[in-house]
Design a protein around this ligand. Structure first.
Ligand SMILES: Cc1cc2nc3c(=O)[nH]c(=O)nc-3n(C[C@H](O)[C@H](O)[C@H](O)COP(=O)(O)OP(=O)(O)OC[C@H]3O[C@@H](n4cnc5c(N)ncnc54)[C@H](O)[C@@H]3O)c2cc1C
Length: 388
């Protein structure tokens, strides 16, 4: 078995296959140190934590993760909070930075004798239609190479080799560019609220998400095409403070901005998630905008489904799970896409690139009002916000 990519999808899959005694190798383009410091997601759904616990992969997050269950919406008219642990299914998030989860998964895999080839870039998956596919690679020393396997799992993200290797017309791609851009920031500053903060302001969206006691993620909506370095730190903090209404609701802890990423909100889904001997999981299967923090959670869910199906096939000759894999994942993916799309509509006001008409702006305000006042709406929100 060859797994492409050592992100959450590839490493959960690798660990589960290895625990089942299935020979597998993970090919990873980046070096190990890079994976341990690549900050991205942080909010793990209850289901994700259950999956990781079920397979003995949750030790680090149990020790260092923080339970989280409140979000706060701020508008120019006021603010309200939802404690979603008391709504919907009563579930919470666990805040645990993705780079720590990836480090835990890597360490466990390697400690148990797993093989990861760092610095090895998959260039193509070939002979997909046969039961002897292979992966062509650029080895760590730059020479071309090849790995053969019974199956290949494409967990190498949106721009990886798995997607590129699909024959034209073999899968359908549904895609959507939402016309909204965020500047994603990591600040060396403690969180300023005990909640996820979503500010909906006429100058654009601003978001606050805790990561650790010393690091906070912020998002600030900017014009599409804005380079990551275009705003000075002072401008970033001034915009965040204005949009988050600090004069009414209290200050933000300022600190050095240690990472900036431009995030164009985009989504896509491939269908089906299999072609012959190649299976897709995580961002390689579907890209989801970070508006509802679903990407890493879907990656873990899909990796577990794929691992089970591969184990049934390779250990017991039962291919039912592999045949059903794509349809099972797509049900979850589309539900997550639907909710993320709803969140984009909730959070983005008139300064989005796709400037909404007054009609759409009034709809957005009505959406916020029903979330503030309707218990059934809040239950629906909670179920989808924390679930996958
Ligand atoms: C700013 C930001 C914030 C986010 N916040 C959240 C959040 O709060 N909650 C959430 O659930 N999700 C969040 N996400 C999304 C989440 O980070 C991704 O969905 C998640 O990383 C997907 O995991 P993956 O394993 O599929 O892919 P990745 O984590 O992208 O891993 C893919 C791996 O494949 C490797 N690779 C790529 N190409 C090749 C190749 N050709 N050969 C070999 N290796 C290759 C890459 O180096 C990488 O290590 C966020 C994303 C961003 C950008």
């Amino acid at each position: 078995m060859v797994v492409l990519g050592a992100g959450p999808a590839g490493l959960v899959l690798g660990n589960l296959l290895q625990d089942a005694g299935i020979d597998c190798v993970v090919l990873e383009r980046a070096e190990r140190t890079h994976l341990r410091t690549r900050a991205r997601a942080g909010f793990l759904a209850a289901h994700t934590v259950h999956v990781l616990e079920r397979h003995g992969l949750a030790e680090g997050l149990r020790r260092h993760g923080q339970a989280h269950s409140t979000c706060e919406f701020r508008t120019e008219d006021g603010r309200f909070r939802l404690d979603y642990s008391g709504l919907g299914r009563g579930e919470r998030h666990t805040v645990y930075p993705q780079q720590l989860l990836v480090t835990d998964l890597l360490t466990r895999f390697l400690d148990k004798g797993g093989r990861i080839e760092f610095g090895t870039e998959a260039t193509a998956v070939v002979d997909l239609d046969t039961d002897r596919p292979s992966v062509t690679v650029r080895e760590a020393d730059g020479r071309p190479g090849r790995r053969r396997a019974r199956y290949v799992a494409g967990c190498d993200g949106r721009h990886g080799a798995a997607r590129r290797s699909l024959p034209p017309g073999s899968v359908r791609r549904y895609d959507c560019a939402h016309g909204v851009t965020w500047l994603g920031l990591l600040a060396e500053a403690p969180p300023s609220l005990d909640a996820v903060g979503y500010a909906v302001h006429e100058r654009g969206f601003a978001g606050h998400m805790a990561r650790t006691s010393e690091i906070t993620r912020y998002y600030v909506q900017c014009e599409p095409g804005t380079p990551a370095g275009a705003w000075s730190e002072e401008r970033i903090w001034d915009e965040l403070e204005l949009r988050m209404g600090v004069t009414k609701y209290g200050p933000l802890h300022r600190g050095p901005v240690v990472q900036r990423t431009v995030v164009d909100l985009e989504s896509d889904v491939l269908e089906p998630l299999r072609h012959g001997s190649l299976f897709l999981a995580g961002d390689a299967a579907a890209l989801i905008s970070p508006s509802a923090a679903k990407g890493a959670n879907l990656a873990v869910l899909e990796a577990e489904l794929l691992a089970r199906a591969l184990i049934d096939d390779l250990r017991h000759g039962d291919a039912e799970g592999l045949d059903a894999y794509s349809a099972r994942c797509l049900t979850h993916i589309w539900r997550a896409q639907e909710f993320s799309h709803w969140m984009i509509g909730l959070l983005h006001g008139p300064s989005g690139a796709d400037r909404p008409s007054p009609f759409h702006e009034a709809l957005r305000q009505s959406r916020l009002a029903s979330l503030r006042t309707s218990r059934s709406r809040q239950d629906w929100f909670a179920e989808h916000y924390v679930g996958v």
